[in-house]
Design a protein around this ligand. Structure first.
Ligand SMILES: C[S@@+](CC[C@H](N)C(=O)[O-])C[C@H]1O[C@@H](n2cnc3c(N)ncnc32)[C@H](O)[C@@H]1O
Ligand code: SF4
Ligand code: SF4
Length: 348
């Protein structure tokens, strides 16, 4: 894939064979697994979209081989460790990462960064990850505490610094390291300091997003003003850090969601979800459980097709797609364009 495409929604064009299958048969196997390894977390973020689901559950190590077998059967090669809670807190995190790595999966990690040293760097796991994204959200300790509720900002910064060094010294800089800044009404003005911190730490990229479906969200006026600032920052960027993201609210503009099939979600309790944005509609989003059936059978089965049909025929459920800036909003538009035009026109 050309590098230009990697950070745009048009990267989905590489899934055209899956588009064909969805069009013909109404379903396809996933390309990526988002693995919500465990529900517990050592932080208490004010806007955490997973806060209602914290239960101290961890996905059992003994069930990992079955999951790996299924993913191989489905040719699903990408696995991102996410949460639920904080994935590095899983008691068997190291073993699980190694099992996936040794089986040839392309791995990503989304973390709050607090345990990067103990769980990733000291266990020599950096090389196992294709990318690591740290949810930093602030450029200094006071703001970080206000958002994350903890006193570990300085430790996280030192962890990121060491991660970048280890990646350079021992890993030929093969792991892409990025920082995520989730913006609220009270930290949006700090974007320039967030950029400076990223430059100082030497990460590969920073990514700005608006916190959604929570209190203290940025106002429409702030969104407009700081979107202009972000555009300028991107245009004038002469540093080493790539800048991504937008503060614009994204919306589902297509008649339905066609592509959720591409992205499997497995939770710590084995539930398989229709997509990552299950908040407020968990019951209708569950399509099976990997402790009862294989992921392959769940994907091929009737329960998943029924849940997809229910979502796409129910306005209230579909409206909830607009609670977050789902990247599939744009993917679905690209799918409709492909379906209408018989191809996809690239504007880049
Ligand atoms: C739920 S966290 C789990 C992984 C890890 N604990 C972390 O914080 O990176 C996964 C991602 O969800 C994002 N997130 C959490 N609450 C959000 C919200 N209200 N709106 C948008 N994104 C949110 C965070 O920025 C984070 O990158
Ligand atoms: S660190 Fe992640 S999982 Fe933990 S509270 Fe914050 S957003 Fe939620
Ligand atoms: S939030 Fe909606 S559009 Fe996004 S993946 Fe889920 S169902 Fe599809």
């Amino acid at each position: 894939m050309p590098e230009k495409l990697i950070y745009t929604p048009y990267r989905v064009v590489y899934q055209k064979d899956k588009f064909e299958k969805i069009k013909k048969e109404g379903w396809c196997f996933p390309s990526t697994l988002s693995f919500l390894l465990n529900d517990s977390c050592n932080h208490k973020c004010i806007g955490c979209d997973a806060m209602d689901f914290k239960s101290n559950k961890s996905f059992p190590l003994s069930k990992i081989p079955d999951l790996i077998k299924d993913l191989k059967e489905m040719n699903c090669k990408n696995v991102e460790f996410c949460g639920g809670g904080e994935p590095t807190m899983h008691p068997d995190f190291e073993k699980i990462v190694r099992m996936f790595y040794e089986n040839g999966f392309i791995l990503g990690l989304i973390t709050n960064g607090s345990l990067l040293k103990e769980k990733v760097i000291d266990n020599d796991l950096v090389k196992c990850f294709n990318w690591i994204r740290v949810s930093t959200d602030a450029s200094e300790a006071k703001m970080h505490k206000k958002i994350h509720g903890t006193d570990d900002f300085d430790k996280i910064v030192e962890n990121i610094r060491e991660l970048v060094n280890v990646n350079k010294e021992k890993n030929n800089s093969k792991t892409n390291i990025s920082l995520r800044f989730l913006l609220y009404e009270f930290n949006v003005a700090d974007m320039i300091h967030m950029y400076n911190l990223s430059e100082e730490l030497g990460v590969n990229a920073i990514n700005f997003r608006s916190a959604r479906n929570c209190s203290n969200q940025i106002t429409p006026e702030q969104a407009e003003k700081y979107e202009r600032f972000l555009k300028l920052l991107k245009e004038e960027n002469s540093g080493h850090v790539s800048i991504f993201g937008t503060l614009k609210k994204s919306e589902l503009k297509t008649k339905q969601c066609y592509l959720h099939w591409l992205w499997a979600i497995v939770t710590s309790s084995g539930d398989v979800l229709l997509c990552c944005w299950y908040q407020g509609r968990y019951k209708t989003h569950v399509v099976g459980n990997v402790f009862k059936n294989t992921l392959v059978d769940i994907y091929k089965g009737e329960a998943y097709k029924r849940a997809a049909k229910q979502l796409n025929s129910n306005k209230e459920l579909l409206n909830m797609c607009n609670n977050y800036d789902c990247r599939y909003h744009k993917y679905n538009e690209i799918y409709e364009e492909w379906d209408r035009e018989g191809d996809i026109i690239l504007f880049i």
